[in-house]
Write a new protein. Sequence first.
Lengths: 626, 200
Amino acid sequence: MAVAWEPIRMIEALRRVRREAATYRGLWSWIATVDHKRIGIMYGVAAFAFFLAGGIEALLIRLQLARPGGDVVSPEVYNQLFTMHGTTMIFLVVMPLASAFFNLVVPLQIGARDVAFPRLNAFSFWVFLVGALFLHSSILAGGAPNAGWFGYAPLTELPYNPGHGIDFWALGLQIVGISSMASAFNFIVTILNLRAPGMTLFRMPVFTWMTLVTSFLIILAMPVIAVALFQLEFDRLFGANFFNPTKGGTPLLWQHLFWIFGHPEVYILILPAMGIVSEVLPTFSQKPLFGYPFVIFSGIAIAFMSFGVWAHHMYTTGLGPVANSAFGVGTILIAVPTGVKIFNWLATLWGGNVSLRTPLLFAVGFVAMFVIGGLTGVTHSMVPSDYQQQDTYYVVAHFHQVLFGGALFALFAGVYYWFPKFSGRLLDEKLGQLHFWLMLIGFNLTFQPMMILGMLGMPRRIYTYPEGMGWDQWNLLATSGAFVIALSVLVFMVNVVRSLRRAERAGADPWDGRTLEWSIPSPPPPYNFARIPVVRARDDFWHRKYMEDAQGRPVPVVAGGSGEVESGAPEEEIHMPSPSFFPLITAIGFPIIATGFVFAEYAVVAAGAVVLLYGLYGWALEPATE
Amino acid sequence: MADHAHAAGVHLETATGLDNRKLLMWVFLASEALFFGSLIATYLLYRGQSQTGPYPSDVFDIPFTSVSSFILLMSSTTMALAVGSAHRGHLHQMRTWLLVTALLGMSFLAGQAFEFTEFYNKGLTLSVNLFGSTFYVLTGFHGAHVSVGVLILASLWAMAMRGKLGKANAIYVELAGLYWHFVDIVWIVIFTLVYLLEPL
């Protein structure tokens, strides 16, 4: 077995550093950490760095399109820019930002001390990071991928796309996919198995519920794109014929497989956002979420239906009227559970004791922008209408309305909401409000003109356009809006840096929260809960703090009740899982293997496989707790 | 695989009563079902679409593949015996059945290697037609899964020989069993759809 030929001295050195890392200080303690809170913070920081990269790509795209006949970048670079922008924002920003919140919040919300598999969790993060870096390293290897984020075959096939960019794209997504799946397995088990006593499924906070639903979507959708990407790489590297029309292969196979993954993916991006909003709205309205079971069952219904609507991305490929109508009806039906959620959120605010703090602003902004995004989506479900909109800027406007106006606004709501819990400091309220309004105005300035551009017939993915099409002023407006968004992001960064340096200390419960994460100190101790809580109701922490009077209004319970934030050392010694280097070592194997395949250097593949196996066996044979 | 789930204060019973590791394996297998489902769907989509030979009827040797399929199915029996003896603490039997299962898996893989070589010699390459592409990638990924299974079984056997696998951690044998049975079931589907139903 592998352990037999491991150099003993190296193992001992690793053990020593591992023990030092357990003291929660220094760089090594981050690299070897298996603490879900630290992993969550690393996810958040990495995703934000990629958000800046993807944002700069977006600014370059908008500069190029600001005027007709633009020559800021070449057509070749333009193709790489929109491909990397889309791929980055979806796979390296919104998904890992959601993962950051899964990691930070879910164990606290269910009253657990960590996730079910702490080392698998660290592995998920490291695989995400090395996969994202591998994808970006294509820039050094002769050009980034350039076939769009959905990489339609046969444009991605070797004869039409001879560089290495597509290989980096396909294998990079494959690696990032491993990360998402590992994380999803972990959170399914964590949520089902690690709930505190009394935390029944229908007492779980909605964010935790949406994490569970999203995780199931990930484990069922990701394998399909994994197969599509493998088929693409077999075509490119070994001359297979999956998408090769000259041997009878059909590019439609790629489209089917991609969108069977791709439409559930849309809900993988939006359901966590909906979960965050379902936490923020009740807290800042001082009311329980209206229609809690409806919100949850709507989320489940959306997840089920998302697997049956993929072909609405393919109306114009000639599937025929029966298929188009069936998928059209299915798509319209998804609007029902989505609408149920919207009305429940509005009813949560209705009659509440609303305090307009930054998290609530972003959450309300989400609801408003998402309604526009959802309704433009309904217009796409109508087949004849979609024929007109296919591949125009109307589509671009629609999905930014959902993924930026929707997902990203909600994720920022989450940042402002949970930042005090994990940093121990409040973000500045004035800067936060400035950030929100700038972002809302910039967002609408950027994307509403694109709706009009689309209806005026401007196709997406063109690197420039001639004068006199009636598109000039709308494009200029969109570009100016993009820079307002950039300014708002700068305000956010200033806010974070200032707050970390010298903001007021946030107490354990700065928002008068409802769920268990607010019942422990900020930042939480490594073991989270000194005593595992016993849950007696939905919004348990709220009920520890408030009773209801005869009119149903909340009345604080007498001071000294069980609503006090727990403090002090745990009564008994808590054995936390030990830090480990093997998740990182295992993760590093993947990009080495992928690099070997891209350049057909099979010795490198073998070396990567050795690293991978060394990591896996070291992991399996290392005790989880020392 | 052998992730110890003593995570974070879960010396408590789990909320569902199901072991963390077993639940992990079940959701992993659910995911794998979609993986093989996509590969099989691709095979069926391109079935009969090859523009040039060799065609399936030119290369398939049903009696040979039936024998190797039978070997793989029998390995599920020996796997079940290994799990049973692990739970009862019959360590000697457990070691034997683990080894037999791994050897049967290796026999199946040897059969697949022989079959691939034969087909290749008859002109069926990955790039000659759609049948070659879809057949090799589908059965190749299945073979890769069997190989991983053999590696796991061999590792468990090695652990058992050093006395590090007993009744207390019989769960690992059970997890390997779940995986092994799943890979066998996938082969039943592949053998039926790809080989047996080919004349239809």
